[in-house]
Design a protein around this ligand. Structure first.
Ligand code: IPE
Ligand code: IPE
Ligand code: MG
Ligand code: MG
Ligand code: MG
Length: 324
């Protein structure tokens, strides 16, 4: 069985060799820029691992793995426009370095590229892979729209939040693993367990992302710390605070989320003080652990030897303690 580090090297070499035209530079340079900025590469690694654990040849899954990483990076360019984010992986976001229109069109071109890559996958599986990819890509859009819509609402429930992050983040990790497993020759049932594992791991991963957005070390995180608070994102933390706050604290939180003349810095500090008082971080961490535990149950249900599952479990453990 191949370890994540070995598979990540394969992904990085493939990204390195990824050929794009030189002109128009403002279409293709941002694509090269975002793809070589770094990143954990967890989705393509998951695809290759899904294939490897069922005894498949990872080379057969490489174009599909790349399709998913290119799709993910496309979604990041557009997400950063929508979230007005200045930083990504420790560098300027595409729309900051170029402009919004460049970000839109480079992102669109990447979506097309991801389908070109997907089409290079194993021919007999293509109808199925395409169907999984299409469903997933639309779900990501749905999740992204809920995320944006929720900025304007104060009554978002935890259930709505969990469904929103399942769509915007978790389904792609599930699909990454499922596509790899199917290429590797997994049964439909095992591929489905792996998909469910990926979705619950993805939910835990997005909960962690929301926690890091508030509490990460700015140098390690590579994104603007506090961005979710500035944008009134309805994260697990904020929803819990809105539910728990009473009296003066509830009034203050309402003021912080409404129109006010506070600087971003002061808003972030004030919201963090309320979070600390109400211990919302611990609640979010608990929810994260709950979904991690559900994910593990799906791995346990797969009919493979422990040694075949070990690299995936190690990868999942790593993701749960990440700092960026
Ligand atoms: C960022 O994904 C978007 C989220 C789903 C939180 P990653 O944290 O996987 O980003 P990179 O690719 O490693 O930079
Ligand atoms: C984004 O969620 C998920 C997608 C890109 C689809 P976030 O907005 O939390 O991701 P980051 O924090 O900017 O990476
Ligand atoms: Mg964002
Ligand atoms: Mg976002
Ligand atoms: Mg985030």
């Amino acid at each position: 069985m191949k370890h994540a580090d070995e598979l990540r090297k394969v992904v990085l070499d493939t990204i390195e060799a990824f050929d794009l035209p030189a002109e128009p530079a403002s279409l293709y340079d941002p694509i090269k820029y975002i793809l070589t900025l770094g990143g954990k590469r967890m989705r393509p690694v998951a695809t290759l691992m899904g294939c490897d654990m069922f005894g498949g040849d990872v080379n057969d899954a490489l174009s599909s793995a790349m399709a998913i990483e290119v799709f993910h990076n496309f979604s990041l360019i557009h997400d950063d426009i929508m979230d007005e984010a200045p930083l990504r992986r420790g560098k300027q976001t595409v729309h900051q370095k170029w402009n919004g229109n460049v970000g839109i069109l480079s992102g669109d071109a990447m979506l097309v590229k991801s389908y070109q890559l997907l089409a290079q996958g194993p021919a007999p599986l293509l109808p199925n892979l395409l169907s999984i990819f299409n469903t997933t890509a639309l779900e990501v859009c749905e999740g992204q729209q809920y995320d944006m819509d929720f900025e304007q609402r104060l009554d978002v429930s935890i259930a709505e939040y969990l469904e929103m992050i399942r769509l915007k983040t978790a389904v792609l990790l599930g699909a990454s693993l499922k596509i790899g497993a199917l290429i590797g020759g997994a049964s439909h049932e095992d591929a489905q367990h792996l998909c469910e594992f990926g979705q619950h791991l993805g939910i835990a991963f997005q909960l962690q992302d929301d926690i890091l957005d508030v509490y990460a070390d700015a140098d390690k995180f590579g994104k603007q710390v506090g961005g979710d608070i500035i944008a009134n994102k309805k994260t697990y933390l904020l929803i819990t605070a809105l539910q728990k706050a009473t009296g003066e604290k509830a009034e203050l939180l309402g003021k912080l989320l409404g129109p006010n003349s506070l600087t971003d810095e002061l808003k972030v500090e004030s919201v963090k003080t309320i979070y600390a008082d109400l211990q919302v971080r611990a609640a979010a961490e608990q929810a994260m652990q709950e979904h991690f535990a559900i994910a593990l149950k799906h791995i346990a249900a797969i009919g493979l030897e422990p040694a075949q599952k070990a690299p995936l479990l190690a990868l999942a453990d790593q993701l749960m303690v990440r700092e960026h």
